[in-house]
Design a protein around this ligand. Structure first.
Ligand SMILES: C[S@@+](CC[C@H](N)C(=O)[O-])C[C@H]1O[C@@H](n2cnc3c(N)ncnc32)[C@H](O)[C@@H]1O
Length: 257
């Protein structure tokens, strides 16, 4: 199988958080959670891959054609999408060349990606150097909350999607209605390193998607397999914590503003 290709955007936007790129290059891979490939493989195996059947079967997401994954980091989602016969091309974009060069190729091998379909792109999601209306699907896993300017990113996603295309965001930071402002030690460490960590209530996510031109809907996620955990999630997801899939559809006839 030929290896995935690597491309670079000509320039980053004025919104790029340089401190975050430096953190991913200089410190992240030294931290206890990320200092060996085995730990990256364990993260990929932490249950996040269950999102793929959830998106397809319960959210009606069509994985097909030309797809773009933003803020892809390890690229696990690109790897999964590349194996789908209906997906013809996958662009795996991240601002961190380190992650795309040192981690993603190993994850592609680990997940048996179809690498000849994948192009890794070092670039900034605030300014996408892709043609208008050139993707069927744009996905992101835990990336939009790192945007310095969310409206710029969503406007770009809307621009590069074909009419009828969809934007799917999973594992974003959503402020629950009953939130006691607890901040995890991981989040505190990231903020101290200069990483952008934005958290918005679902209403603000909706407004941001709609302002970009999308029809928006959010779907509560419950991927638990144990019945007690499922019940717990059913009762409390949306109150004390918010695990939602965010979906934006670019309706046919929707215009680029
Ligand atoms: C929480 S990580 C998510 C990574 C990925 N989904 C994974 O599973 O490994 C956030 C990612 O956003 C990327 N990122 C931050 N700002 C970016 C920007 N302006 N453009 C593109 N990627 C960016 C980071 O480099 C990082 O890989």
């Amino acid at each position: 199988m030929p290896p995935s290709k690597l491309q670079r955007f000509k320039e980053f936007s004025e919104y790029l958080n340089v401190a975050e790129v430096e953190y991913r290059r200089d410190s992240q891979l030294q931290e206890a959670e990320f200092d060996s490939l085995e730990k990256w493989y364990a993260q990929v195996d932490d249950g996040r891959r269950h999102y793929i059947p959830f998106l397809r079967d319960q959210c009606g997401v069509k994985f097909s054609g030309r797809v773009l994954e933003l803020a892809a980091g390890s690229g696990w989602m690109s790897a999964e999408m590349s194996r789908m016969p209906e997906v013809t091309e996958v662009f795996t974009l991240d601002a961190s060349e380190t992650l795309l060069q040192e981690i993603a190729p190993n994850i592609f091998l680990y997940l048996r990606a179809q690498e000849d379909k994948i192009t890794r792109v070092v670039g900034d999601f605030h300014r996408l150097e892709f043609e208008d209306e050139s993707f069927d699907l744009v996905t992101v896993d835990g990336g939009l909350h790192h945007a310095v300017c969310l409206s710029a990113v969503l406007a770009e996603v809307f621009r590069v999607l074909k009419p009828g295309g969809e934007h799917v965001a999973i594992r974003e930071m959503i402020t629950p209605p009953l939130w006691f402002k607890r901040t995890s030690s991981t989040r505190r460490r990231l903020i101290a390193a200069g990483v952008t960590e934005n958290m918005y209530p679902i209403k603000e996510w909706r407004t941001a998607f709609e302002k970009a031109g999308f029809s928006f809907w959010a779907r509560r996620v419950n991927l638990k397999t144990n019945w007690l955990a499922r019940l717990n999630e059913w009762l409390f997801n949306g109150l004390f914590h918010c695990r939602y899939v965010l979906l934006g559809a670019k309706q046919k006839g929707g215009s680029i503003s």
